[in-house]
Design a protein around this ligand. Sequence first.
Ligand code: 4AD
Ligand code: MG
Length: 466
Amino acid sequence: MKPDLLLKELYQKNTEELLGKNIKLCGWIRSARHQKTFSFLALNDGSVFHPFQVVIDDSLTDYQDLVSKLNTGCSVCVEGELVQSPGKGQSIEMKATNVTLLGACPEDYPLQKKRHSFEFLRSIAHLRPRTNTQGSVARVRSRLSFAAHRYLQERNFLYLQSPIITASDCEGAGELFQVTTLPLTNIPTTDDNKIDFKQDFFGKATYLTVSGQLNAESYACGLSKTYTFGPTFRAENSNTSRHIAEFWMIEPEVAFNDLSDNIDLAEDYLKYLINDILENCPEDLEFFDKFIEKGLIDRLQKIKDSSFERLSYTKAIDLLLNSKKSFQYEVKWGCDLQSEHERYIAEEVFKKPVVLTDYPKEIKAFYMRDNDDGKTVAAMDVLVPRIGELIGGSQREERLDVLEEKIKQTGMPVENYSWYMDLRKYGSVVHSGFGIGFERLVQFVTGIENIRDAIAFPRAPKTAEF
Ligand code: 4AD
Ligand code: MG
């Protein structure tokens, strides 16, 4: 049954090697042009952007009957000889000698050959991998994931699979999805009328993780260079084109790295990833450049060759205060930057990635290292044009007494973090790390406007289909 090779493998061979060969291919018909005595099929198996041209003629038995069923969306297996193509757009095509219709496709197939809105395609997320855009997004995303691992593995980072279910709130922002087996219609309570989590599956309140960082720190503080790359969950009720409730995050964590080493790593890593996609997904990028974001390839090329701007939060606030642009959200020292501020800095002021550092401690997570000024922490956010915040990270607080005080200030139960504090009690080291939002990275390299199109089956408020 199976094809001799995928289209990607076919396109990797040179024409001379292929001409005259008989091969078998399988895939879906993207479009078909039927004439009286011959037909052209654009076949794609999704392994590459460009479909492959298959020509059939009436020397095939039951030609008329066969082609009447060969329409957009149906699946076929074709066998035949590879010949030089007289048409433009391809150097070779197949002259089919055998065509098997695997699965017919009725006329109500929603992906007829025309442009569909992204919104509509989201409502048929199970079929959208057959579209040009989602096919390209899926291939770039897969390659990005491979390159993300590769960069770190080749530099001796250890891949840690951190837990999905956790009792700690890494970001301390309370945006947690509860995990429980308590009966929701009859929740057990304690004598003082609180939920009795002792009766819950884990004997305590547990959640889906918002970040693998705390566990990554444990491994970095023993195995030096580590990373996690997994799904993370946030119950943020924000319906923006940059937020989803389930997203993937790459989180490198490195012992003995200070903030500046951390920024160097983030910059080098991002450039490597961009370069990898430029080299390995040229056809998908050309498609995005033409139909999604004009000038995309040029933008990526420039970023790869640029050096990222480094700037303190305080200087960024000055820039915003002195700008002529009017913002929806008020700017003052101490405020959390909104996407409009981040994009203004990266897109309009510097026109390249900007690393902002040393944020006010009140707006950042408890684990970030206090700076000597008593007001700021050793935080770093990488802001990029079009997206805003792509990476968030910091140097970690390695001093036990300072960390304990910071946890207390959040009001979270200190006993949940006793293991985390042990990392400071026993052989503490300076260490740093960051998290790259993987879907935002996909948006960044493809130009895709809405994050819900950068992941196969998006999860967002009131959205958990498929
Ligand atoms: O800045 P964040 O919250 O940092 C952390 O979670 C740290 N624990 C990372 C670390 O230091 N190891 O999130 C990191 C990145 C953001 O910069 C953003 O790209 C992405 O994760 N992100 C989201 N992406 C999609 N939807 C959401 N709701 C996101 N929230 C954060
Ligand atoms: Mg952040």
